[in-house]
Design a protein around this ligand. Structure first.
Ligand code: URA
Length: 189
């Protein structure tokens, strides 16, 4: 399936109950040719209203963090989520909601074929890296599956809640930048 057909199918999805309460499906944003893919958990209120991932305060922090290492959602990365519709009251997405939705993310990963996947927060890391992933212990570490390198960073909302995480988040960004310089050809011109 090509990118546009996948997006159209996803925007019309009624595969789980989240379809009943959503305003917009949040498919993703960025460059589908990027070498680096970021994956969050699921849309919040602002994302549901606008149809774009990571807008609002957490999104501003994410953009600021990305700019430290010359990454830009409009240019050299792609940003998607585990679930594409907002869970009510921003609760964690249920396992069955993730199961109903994850095929879209797998198709996005197939089409983008990223060299690096960065999980934003615990939920994405537990789904993509290991189901007993411990974000406080394992953030910033690399996990390789086939040709893809994966790591997890703190979710921007978690950094906003606890600013003491900022120094570690900064180190994780630098670790990511080094890996990009080592294995990516197009991310930094
Ligand atoms: N949090 C996420 O995990 N994803 C978004 O798109 C917005 C907030």
């Amino acid at each position: 399936m090509d990118w546009n057909s996948l997006e159209t199918e996803c925007l019309n999805c009624r595969g789980c109950d989240l379809a009943e309460t959503r305003t917009h499906v949040v498919f993703g944003v960025g460059n589908p040719e990027a070498e680096v893919l970021f994956v969050g958990e699921g849309p919040g209120e602002q994302e549901d209203l606008t149809g774009e991932p990571f807008v609002g305060r957490g999104g501003k922090l994410l953009d600021d963090m990305l700019s430290i290492i010359d990454l830009d959602r409009k240019k050299n990365i792609y940003i998607a989520n585990i679930v594409k519709c907002r869970p009510p009251q921003n609760r964690d997405p249920l396992r069955e909601e993730q199961d109903a939705c994850i095929g879209y993310l797998y198709s996005q990963i197939d089409l983008i074929s990223p060299k690096i996947i960065v999980c934003l927060g615990r939920i994405a890391a537990m789904r993509l890296i290991r189901d007993d992933f411990k974000i406080t212990r394992e953030h910033g570490q690399w996990f390789r599956t086939g040709d893809t390198w994966m790591m997890a960073m703190f979710h921007p909302a978690a950094i906003l809640r606890d600013p003491r995480r900022r120094p570690e988040a900064f180190i994780d960004l630098k670790v990511l930048e080094s890996k990009i310089r080592e294995i990516c050809e197009r991310t930094y011109p």
